[in-house]
Design a protein around this ligand. Structure first.
Ligand code: FAD
Ligand code: SIN
Length: 529
């Protein structure tokens, strides 16, 4: 028998939990998470949440900074909604019990990050995301209407295909793989993708293992519109250490005065942008990439030594302790850093209420392309987006409870056909590695038509092989994820190949300039059904 709920939420990060908490007032809610429910990009967020909370700050300034970072492609309405509704959502988080740093006067301690013209980042030390998720999970646990299903991976969306018009096929829920290997149906009147980003598409990433772009891949396969996948954000400063698995060194360190230096100690960011080390992220990541290529060095350095041990330990306890664990004492030596894939600015196209182009399907948080980020996300705008759109989507989704009765016939149970246990798991590990490596080498911070073409050819072959494997062998989580990263990688290459200019996060040597005349628009893809 299928599991039935009013609302089905795929993902337990800031966006999914914000939605679940509000939706629980109107009906039953299932929240699926691929691993433990606290494992998500949200849990690793360090810097904080950008929000206009200081009396000296203004909505106009936050809007302007977001638009500038977005390099002409932000949708102004999405920016206005996020910035103006943000402070209300942040205050609700505080009411739920989320603890943020305060000054001795009791006001929030606001920090600064790249591209922001003011101090407007509310933070919880350097583990803001963990605190946000803790508070939201605790609040969800008080709601009897919410049921969590950890270790449950959605495989594909179930569509009601009874009408001939594919555009009218309504989403009825998902097939999902349970920990014991069973595949079950989760059905709902409203299905919400809150599956986060896809950093694992790249060899080096700040993201945890769950970030494999499942939501984008599932939505695209179901015919949803997807946009702006060429704009993958690379965070300039991840710890460079063979065992650190791309641990993030927050931009807030530069906000507090950290200096980027080359091996010999010289600073270089002033040669690239008037804001120096606090330039927008795309500029800093490209500058580091250029310096590494020029010098042949393996990393650059973030110098915090002038700020003193006591301040560093108090303000950045997690980063300080993690560096110490790798034998780096940031109070006396600069931290070795390199860029890594960090944030997916594109995603599943939605309106201002989280509705996708598939009826009954919503997308919120990093998986969505609301128009807020344009060609480059402003630092700390994504936790904010998750809070704002998680809340907004509920308001329209509850209407669907009234207006849409589920079909009388049940969608069919999962059919494994003649699939058998795999005896070739090496195919999965090999292809997984190949995709991530080719994306890093050919579709990274600096692109060319030739590299994109190479990536496309290889991905076409890999996708064919993965498709064959997927139908021949029993589904496992590794195979689901591999199939999805291959899909997302292809979407990134496709979008990047279409955009014949450089803008925001998309930089190509073949078209190094921004061309507003032809390209001041989103790159939108949807599968022929
Ligand atoms: P996530 O928090 O990533 O949650 C995704 C959820 O979906 C997880 O529960 C996962 O298990 C689940 N899921 C995925 N696929 C499936 C599937 N197939 N089936 C079932 N469940 C699935 N942003 C800021 O604004 N400020 C910051 O300071 C900041 N710092 C960051 C630091 C790091 C190291 C990283 C990685 C990101 C940071 N970001 C920051 C970005 C921000 O954390 C994310 O964009 C945001 O948390 C995404 O939230 P989300 O709810 O959309 O997705
Ligand atoms: C950071 O702390 O540098 C990450 C902030 C973000 O990604 O918004």
């Amino acid at each position: 028998m299928p599991h039935r709920f009013d609302f089905l939420v795929l993902g337990s990060g800031v966006a999914g939990l914000s939605f679940a908490l509000q939706a629980a007032r109107h009906g039953t809610v299932a929240v699926l998470a691929k691993r433990e429910r606290a494992e998500s990009n949200t849990a690793y967020a360090q810097g904080g949440i950008a929000s206009v909370l200081a009396p000296t700050d203004t909505f106009d300034a936050h809007i302007e900074d977001t638009l500038v970072a977005g390099a002409g492609l932000c949708h102004r309405d999405a920016v206005e909604v996020t910035v103006k509704e943000g402070p209300g959502r942040v205050r609700e988080l505080v009411e739920l019990g989320a603890e943020f740093n305060r000054r001795s006067t009791g006001e929030f301690d606001l920090t600064r990050e790249g591209g922001h013209s003011a101090r407007r980042i509310i933070h919880s030390g350097d583990i803001t995301g963990r605190e946000v998720q803790r508070a939201l999970l605790a609040a969800c646990d008080e709601q009897p209407n919410i049921t969590f299903f950890p270790h449950t991976a959605a495989i594909d969306l179930i569509l009601d295909r009874r009408t001939p018009n594919p555009a009218a096929h309504r989403c009825l829920g998902v097939y999902a793989l349970l920990e014991n290997g069973d595949i079950e149906r989760f059905l709902a009147k409203v299905t919400v993708l809150a599956t986060g980003g896809a950093g694992k598409v790249y060899l080096y990433t700040s993201n945890p293992d769950v970030a494999t772009g499942d939501g984008v891949a599932m939505a695209y396969r179901a015919g949803a519109r997807v946009a702006n996948m060429e704009f993958y954000q690379f965070h300039p400063t991840c710890l460079f250490h063979p065992e650190a698995k791309s641990f993030l060194i927050s931009e807030a360190l530069r906000g507090e005065g950290g200096k980027l230096r080359l091996k010999g100690g010289a600073t270089f960011m002033e040669r690239y942008h008037p804001l120096g080390a606090l330039a927008p992220r795309d500029v800093v990541a490209r500058a580091i990439d250029a310096e590494l290529k020029r010098t042949g060095d393996e990393c650059v350095y973030l110098d915090m030594t002038h700020l003193g041990r006591a301040f560093l330990m108090e303000r950045f306890p997690n980063i300080y302790a993690t560096c110490r664990a790798f034998n780096i004492d940031m109070a006396v030596q600069p931290i070795p850093v390199v860029p890594a894939a960090h944030y997916m600015c594109g995603g599943v196209v939605t309106d201002l209420d989280g509705r996708t182009t598939v009826p009954g399907l919503y997308a919120i948080g990093e998986v969505a392309c609301t128009g807020l980020h344009g060609a480059n996300r402003l630092a700390s705008n994504s936790l904010l987006e998750g809070l704002v759109f998680g809340y907004r989507a509920v308001k329209v989704a509850v209407e669907e409870l009234r207006t849409h009765a589920p079909p009388k016939e049940e969608p069919p149970a999962w059919d494994s056909g003649s699939a058998v246990e795999s005896d070739e798991s090496v195919v999965v590990t090999h292809n997984w590695d190949e995709i991530r490596r080719l994306m890093w080498n050919y579709v990274g911070i600096v692109r060319t038509d030739k590299r994109l073409m190479r990536a496309r050819r290889r991905l076409e072959l890999l996708r064919e092989e993965i498709r064959d494997y997927y139908w021949r062998f029993k589904v496992t989580r590794d195979v689901i994820e591999l199939r999805n990263i291959a899909e997302v990688a292809y979407l990134i290459v496709d979008c990047a190949s279409r955009r014949k200019e450089s803008r925001g996060l998309h930089f190509t040597l073949d078209y190094p300039h921004t061309d507003d005349h032809h390209w001041l628009r989103d790159t939108v893809l949807s599968r022929e059904l």
